[in-house]
Design a protein around this ligand. Structure first.
Ligand SMILES: NC(=O)c1ccc[n+]([C@@H]2O[C@H](COP(=O)([O-])OP(=O)(O)OC[C@H]3O[C@@H](n4cnc5c(N)ncnc54)[C@H](OP(=O)(O)O)[C@@H]3O)[C@@H](O)[C@H]2O)c1
Length: 325
């Protein structure tokens, strides 16, 4: 893929997000622009009355496709993870949402549970607070899922971060180590803790990588390294776990409109122009939606049962041809 770090590719130029070193207090942080409440158990926000209407069209066809199953989604409160939560919940699954911030997660959990109540459906959503960069949190997250639902059918490793654009000269070795911990070691650890449960039920894993893990991205040497690691790790794991009846797949988004993407474009001089430039990267001339990404993951988990170790690209054709379409 051509360099898009300044002309609209996901995550680049995120001026609003401080680097780990700049943030000072914590080594791994998402900037304030991400809207986290810092993990403090905040008040529950009112359930948006029109939430169901907003996503109804995109969710058509999901109902009934994952009934009686349980999915655990890291970073399930916002962005692509939220899209997965909505699609799997509509499909009838119990949905465990992991994030650091309680307010956004509880808002989504309450909203989804209100739909189940309206429909007299048996499934529910559940929030587990966890920081995926902390290994102990990941074990506790899996334990809490089993305690609540007794089983785990699908793990979606999704929580991750794209640092602001810099060259290798500007990234410290500590920056690289921290991002590896957050974006990759967390996936490895969550797989390790979830696999004993997934093996019992012939479950599956979906690891959220990125198109940049295969095609590269300018001024993102640390990010692309973590995403390449996710993709190759998943393929290796798929080989070993086939004999245990567990499928391991990869999802590689191009540009999906999420709070992460918005935080980058909002930090640009002309946010509208930055957003529009991001649309022109795809042959389809738009970004993907969170529910489109969720529907792909639902298909991988529920229908694509002869599929493992596959890198499922969801990009609107961004990688086709050369440059701006
Ligand atoms: N958007 C795109 O165009 C795109 C393209 C390619 C790949 N991706 C990948 O897709 C994944 C999701 O991206 P996104 O754009 O949806 O991001 P996003 O809008 O920033 O959402 C991130 C989600 O992860 C949670 N999260 C962040 N750090 C966490 C941590 N340390 N522990 C637990 N939860 C954490 C956030 O909640 P809290 O802040 O409350 O913790 C939030 O729910 C990432 O792995 C990203 O690399 C995205």
């Amino acid at each position: 893929m051509a360099s898009k770090s300044r002309d609209g590719h996901f995550g680049a130029g995120d001026a609003a997000t401080p680097s780990n070193a700049e943030a000072g207090t914590e080594r791994i942080v998402l900037g304030d622009a991400y809207g986290t409440d810092g993990g403090v158990a905040g008040p529950r926000s009112p359930v948006p009355a029109d939430g169901r209407k907003k996503f109804a069209k995109e969710l058509v066809g999901c109902a009934g496709r994952y009934v009686g199953k349980t999915v655990l989604i890291t970073g399930g409160s916002k962005g692509i993870g939220e899209g997965c939560a909505r699609a799997f919940f509509e499909a009838g699954a119990n949905v465990v949402i992991c994030a650091r911030g309680a307010a956004d997660a509880n808002r989504l959990v309450d909203e989804l549970n209100s739909y189940a109540k309206m429909d007299s459906a048996a499934n529910s959503a559940f929030f587990v607070r966890a920081d995926v960069s902390k290994t102990a949190d990941l074990q506790a997250m899996v334990d809490a899922t089993i305690e609540k639902y007794g089983t785990l059918d699908c793990l979606i490793n999704n929580a991750g971060w794209h640092p602001p654009p810099k060259t290798i000269d500007e990234f410290s070795i500590e920056d690289m180590q921290d991002l590896f911990q957050l974006n990759f070691i967390s996936y490895f650890a969550a797989c390790k803790f979830a696999l004993p449960h997934l093996r019992k039920v012939g479950g599956n894993i979906i690891n959220m990588s990125s198109l940049t893990g295969v095609f590269g991205q300018a001024q993102a040497p640390t990010y692309t390294a973590t995403k390449g690691a996710i993709t190759s790790f998943s393929k290796g794991l798929a080989i070993d776990e086939a004999k245990n009846g567990v499928r391991v797949n990869i999802c590689s988004p191009g540009n999906i409109w999420t709070p992460l993407w918005k935080s980058w474009s909002d930090g640009e001089k002309d946010p509208d122009a930055a957003k529009e430039a991001g649309d022109k990267v795809q042959v389809m001339q738009r970004k993907g939606t969170i529910v489109e990404n969720g529907r792909l993951c639902l298909s991988i988990a529920s229908e694509l049962t002869f599929t493992t170790g596959v890198d499922h690209i969801i990009s609107g054709g961004a990688e086709l041809g050369y440059g701006v379409k």
